[in-house]
Design a protein around this ligand. Sequence first.
Ligand code: F6P
Length: 323
Amino acid sequence: MKRIGVFTSGGDAPGMNACLRAVVRAGVYHGIEVYGIMRGYSGMIKGEFVRMDSASVSNTVQRGGTILKSARSQKFMTKEGRQEAFDQLTNHGIEGLVAIGGNGTFTGATIFEKEFGIPTVGAPGTIDNDLYGTDYTIGYDTAVNTALEAIDKIRDTADSHDRCFFVEVMGRDSGYIAIPCAIGGGAEIVMVPETAMSVEAVIESLQSSYARHKTSFIVIVAEGEEEGNVHKVAKRVKEAIPQLDTRVTIVGHIQRGGSPTASDRLLASQLGIAAVEGLLNGMKNVMAGIVDRKLMYTPFDDTINKRKVINQSFMRMVEILSV
Ligand code: F6P
C-alpha cells in the first residue's frame, strides 16, 4: 500500500485532530502518502482530498474539533453515492482508508468494502464512549470533564438557592457520560437509558432526601433516557413535589468542543498509529481500540452489533454516595 486516505465522520470529538496527526505522521514514518478527505463521506464523494505531510498537522494536537471537518452523509447511504466515492478514490490512487468516527462511520465503511474492496481500519472518535471493542473512545474523557465543570458551577447556584437542578448530558442512547458526571459531580440521582429508573423512583428518592433535610439536589439525565427528555422528567417531579424549586440545564454541544485532555491525546495518538499499522498489515473492517490496557483490533461487525455494558456497580455508587 502506497497511498491512504483519512477522514473524520459523524459527531466531532476532542482528540480527532490528535488522531489525524498520528495517522499522518505514522504514514510519513512508514513511507506512505496520506490524503486527508474533507467532510467525511460527503467529501469523499466530491473528491475533496488534500495531500498531508508532517507539517500539515503541526500545532493541531491540542486543538478541539476536526481540521478535516465532519459530516453525516445521506448520499453515501446510497449505492450511487458509494460508486462516486469509489471512483474518486481510484482516480486519486487511494488504496486504503483510516476512518475516525463512530458506529455510523464503521457501518458505511463495512458496506463500502464489501461492494468495492477498499479496506478501512477505524479509530473510535466519539464523545459517547458507546463503542464495543475499546474501553474508552477518543473525546470521551474531555467531554466528561467539560460536563463536570458545568455541573460544579450548577451546584454552586443550586446550593445558594436551595434548588433542584435536572441536568441533561449527551450520550445519544448511552449513559457513559452521565454516570461519571453523577459520581464526580455529587449528584443525588442519575437516569440513563441502560437502566429502567422510573420518574416515580426519582420522586421517591428526592422525597426521602428532602426528609433528611437536604436542600439542594442535582439529577443527571442522559439525553437518551427512556422516561422522556429532561424537561418532561422535571415537570413530573415538580407536579409531585410542588415545594421543590426546580430548574433544567442542558449542557449540550459544549461537551463536543475544547482542547482534548492528556488522556484523550494519548489515546488518539496511540490509536491513530495503530490504525495505519493495521492497514499496512493487511487488516480491514476492524477498529483499533484499547481493552484492559492492551491494543486490540475488533471487527466492525462487533463494534456495530455488540453493546458495551455499563458497569452496574457505578449505579450503586451513586446511591451510596448520595445518602
Ligand atoms: O455522537 C455524539 C453526539 O454528540 C451525541 O451524544 C448526540 O446525541 C449527537 O451527537 C448530537 O448530534 P448533532 O451534533 O448532530 O446534533
